[in-house]
Design a protein around this ligand. Structure first.
Ligand code: AMP
Ligand code: MG
Length: 320
């Protein structure tokens, strides 16, 4: 099958110190051999990513983690039992074998075990750790389909093509070097789900100028079209709106005003399902971004579970 020869080729490129894009269940990643600083540097250059923003190291399974990091085994086993492979990155104390460039000089490393089949096969074929952030230009919308990756990098990067990302938002980043552990970025695994397993955790997701986790940066995930985020439909009445604009709704909503406007409406989930909202989120923002609208107005999704991760992204994507 073609996909297998593509995977063999992608692993070959990784061994040569090249960068490849690959699908994961969260978003597409831009990967390089994590133990080769020259290869990792290419990721930063391609993405125009500042060096202070560390990458996530992708491994095939939990057994490999102790080669690259130090951690409390019992805690990791408990998390693994419930969530791995899957959209959860664990920040652990790093071992010296991980180059400083990967971790932006931090003494910690974020490790993730992706669930996506193609990502798994690539990691297996390559055999080593793959450093990978999302396969987009720094600060822009994350890619959940290979066409989004192509839009960013064209032919400059080999893209392993897979299905669109099933989770659709980035991994949750959990720092397990603190007691209790700290969520540094909300993502594909909800805080509630983690707390159901570990008990109360801390959250430290507030943007600062020197972020511990740059998913925390105040402006991120931005479309090119100006985006405005509001709490509910009634807030629309108070806005000065252009004649034509995009409207992003979490679920179907009825309203009887703004008849004189031309609205391009998109709905994240027709069944009010938070997982589906996450899966559609970046994909719909990418699509709206191609329509040359002067403005997109988005209504926040229900602020529970994975919905909080979506709302975090909406806030950071909005133009202030
Ligand atoms: P991306 O995959 O594009 O979301 O980028 C990876 C993200 O992982 C970074 O922006 C950070 O938020 C986070 N990250 C990676 N390594 C660390 C670390 N050692 N400590 C805290 N956050 C990290
Ligand atoms: Mg990213």
């Amino acid at each position: 099958m073609r996909i297998y020869s593509d995977i063999v080729y992608a692993a070959h490129l990784l061994r040569q110190g090249e960068v490849v894009a690959f699908p994961t269940e969260t978003v597409y990643g831009l990967g390089a051999d994590a133990l080769n600083p020259n290869a990792v540097l290419k990721i930063f250059e391609l993405k125009q990513r500042p060096k202070f923003d560390p990458l996530i190291v992708h491994l095939q399974n939990v057994n490999q983690m102790s080669d690259y990091a130090e951690f409390q085994e019992e805690l990791v086993n408990t998390l693994a039992k419930h969530f791995l492979p899957g959209p959860l990155s664990l920040v652990c104390k790093k071992k010296p074998i991980i180059p400083d460039l990967v971790t932006s000089g931090l003494d910690t490393v974020a490790i993730r075990i992706p669930a996506n089949d193609i990502a798994q096969l690539l990691l297996q074929e390559f055999g080593g750790p793959v450093a990978a952030p999302s396969a987009n230009l720094f600060g822009k919308l994350s890619p959940t389909h290979f066409e989004h990756v192509f839009k960013n990098f064209g032919d400059r990067v080999f893209i392993l093509k897979g299905p669109s990302s099933s989770v659709g938002i980035e991994s949750t980043i959990l720092d397990i070097t603190t007691e209790p552990p700290t969520i540094l970025r909300r993502g594909g695994i909800s805080t509630e789900a983690i707390e159901a397993v570990l008990g109360k955790v801390q959250e430290d997701i507030v943007a600062s100028s020197n972020p511990k986790s740059p998913g925390q940066l105040k402006h991120h995930y931005s479309p090119n079209t100006p985006l405005m985020v509001i709490e509910n439909l009634n807030d629309l009445k108070t806005l000065p709106l252009p004649k034509r604009f995009g409207l992003l709704l979490p679920s179907p909503m009825e309203f009887k005003f703004l008849d004189d406007h031309q609205m391009v409406t998109r709905i994240l989930s027709s069944t009010n399902d938070l997982q589906e909202m996450a899966k559609q989120f970046f994909s719909i923002l990418h699509e709206l971004d191609t329509l040359e609208l002067p403005l997109v107005v988005a209504i926040k999704v229900p602020n529970i579970g994975i919905g909080r991760a979506i709302n975090d992204r909406l806030e950071r994507a909005s133009s202030h």
